[in-house]
Structures are given as C-alpha cells and as structure tokens.
Design a protein around this ligand. Structure first.
Ligand code: NI
Ligand code: MN
Length: 227
C-alpha cells in the first residue's frame, strides 16, 4: 500500500515502504499550498527542474529533516553549493536503486533555469518502481510527448500529470497523455494555483473516465489517497 498526497501545485507527498518522499516542495509563496514548509516531514526530496515553483523550500526542508535531495546533476550541484551536500544526482533515462525503490528520471519537455539564473540542466519527470514492484509516474512540468507510450508500457498503478495549460499540458493534451500512459489511476497537478492555471478538474475527470479505463482521482490541496 502506498499513499499519495497533493499539497497544491506540483507539490506531492508519496509514502512507500515506510519512506516519506516529497516532490517539488513549493510551499512558501504558493497560494494553493495546504501546509507550510516548517511542518512537512521528508526522508527524500525530489526536484524535477530548476524553476522556483519546484525547487521551492527544498533546501530549508532538507536542512530541518535531514532529507536527501535527488535531482539532475546540475541541480544537485547547485544545491550542494547552497550548503546542503546530502544529495544524489541522476540524469534522464538513468535509474538508481534507492532505499524506497528504483527511481528513473524521465524526459520532460520544459525549461529548468534555477531561481538565481543558474543553468538547471534538463527538466525531468520521475518513474518510481516501489520495492513491491508497483510503478508510479510523476510527470511534473511537461508538454505532451509521444514517448509517454514507452512509460505507459511499463504498466502504471498511478500517473500524476499536469493539466494547468500555459506552462505545461492542458486538459486536452492531458487526456491524450492518459490514453498513452494507460495508468490504473491518474491525478491532475499543476492547475488552479493561480488564475492563469484555472481548470475544471471535475469535468476533466468525467471525460477521462468516459474515454479511458483509467480512474481519475481529483484531490483538494492537502488531500490524500492510498492505493
Ligand atoms: Ni516549471
Ligand atoms: Mn511549474
């Protein structure tokens, strides 16, 4: 049994095998955040790309919780230069067996500049194979890409995909992504944070369930489900 929590925007909590993973921990300055950076617990923090709404409070949370930060090589090098050296760098297409499971960085079509203007390498998504062998895909910020079919071929228990449009896929491409990924469950992220990202997730869920076999899980920030 694994537990997924949406904290608003692209901030996700994932509990698996007794480990707490925190993904793209944007709390400070996030109008949709359900909690604050000083209250969150984490064993591992995953950062998908360099933008401020994804690096977020990672450094502060890592220092308080002693979490390991996992991201691409460029971002973990930057994190280490900010004074936190408990990091693990990977890169696109590369997987590593962490205590919580086998984590592979996947392609993402997006940017990755860090908040101070530093180069953030290529953006990524995450494909986790838990120690029980269950596959979870967290797309984070990306446009639609055809290789989602390859990710879907792995057999996904859950996919989290953006539907906010403007900076990432919107609802229409989100539906096309579900058709390629064919996950058992999908949950939308990166929407309703700001007016620019306003979407009707309930309507999207209805369309997904009418056109695919995937169950759409619509959460309010702070809500969780187990699967
Ligand atoms: Ni971004
Ligand atoms: Mn973003």
């Amino acid at each position: 049994m694994d537990k997924f929590t949406w904290y608003g925007h692209a901030a996700i909590g994932l509990e698996t095998g007794g480990y707490k993973l925190l993904i793209d921990p944007f709390f400070t300055g996030n109008p949709a955040a359900s909690t604050s950076a000083d209250k969150i617990e984490a064993d591992f923090i995953l950062i998908s790309h360099g933008h401020g709404d994804h690096v977020g409070d990672a450094l502060e949370i890592a220092k308080r919780t002693n979490a390991t930060i996992i991201s691409n090589h460029e971002i973990v090098t930057w994190i280490a230069a900010q004074g936190w050296e408990k990091v693990h760098g990977q890169h696109l297409g590369g997987g590593f067996q962490h205590p919580f499971g086998y984590l592979k960085l996947t392609l993402a079509l997006h940017g990755s500049q860090l908040p101070d203007g530093s180069y953030g390498g290529n953006p990524c998504g995450f494909l986790l194979t838990t120690n029980e062998g269950r596959k979870i895909y967290l797309a984070q910020d990306t446009g639609l890409f055809g290789d989602m079919q390859l990710i879907g071929a792995e057999g996904l228990e859950l996919a989290a995909i953006p539907i906010g449009d403007n900076y990432t896929m919107g609802p229409t491409d989100g539906l096309r992504a579900v058709k390629m990924l064919q996950p058992k469950r999908v949950t939308p992220i990166h929407y309703n944070t700001f007016d620019l990202l306003k979407q009707d997730a309930a309507a999207w869920a209805k369309t997904v369930e009418a056109q695919t076999k995937t169950k759409a899980m619509i959460l309010k920030p702070g809500e969780s489900f187990t699967f």
